[in-house]
Ligand binder design. Sequence first.
Ligand code: PRP
Length: 207
Amino acid sequence: MEKLVVALPKGRIMEEAVDLLRQCGFSLPKNGDLSRKLIIEDDESQLTFILAKPSDVPIYVEYGAADLGVVGKDVLLEESRDVYELLDLQIAGCRLSVAGIPGTQTRMIPRIATKFPKVAFDYFRRQGKQVEIIKLNGSIEIAPLIGLSDRIVDIVSTGRTLKENGLVEMEEIMTITSRLIANRMSYRMKHPMITHIVDTLEKIIKK
Ligand code: PRP
């Protein structure tokens, strides 16, 4: 039987992704046991799972190091990699929003801190607004608190991080869920196996 490599994102999405794959019958350890191991083999299904940084998942898939990947729509839009988006897994639902300190004005050209410079830039351009984007790699909420930026564009899930840092959501840019993506060549060469996985996932998602 052919082998298939699936890239999973470490962090926020991981628990729900692993739950979903376990429901499909794949042997993945419970989330608590996944903290250190980076490659997990499921001998029975011939799947190898690699645990990657979320923004790297589309890169593994584009280059064919992974045949399939699970990734947030936010990362997919930001990375714009040459991969197939096969399925909305309807997990890890959240939104990408503009947030800031309530009641504050922005500079003439607002400064926006974000992990998603491309998506943020496109959003403001569509609105005809000129902004200065500052790319950060994490803990984005700090930026307005110390005057680095006027606003942030970031993921809001429970809203707790914003609240605990005295920030409020000001505009919702889009809602986000995780997607199953495939390498273009793998999709052709390993079509039966990939289709089987997609069908199984679809049945579980619809339940
Ligand atoms: C995301 C986002 C917020 C947080 C929002 O961070 O950047 O910080 O989750 O979640 P909440 O609304 O439930 O509080 P992530 O976990 O992706 O980590 P990072 O910002 O350090 O990259």
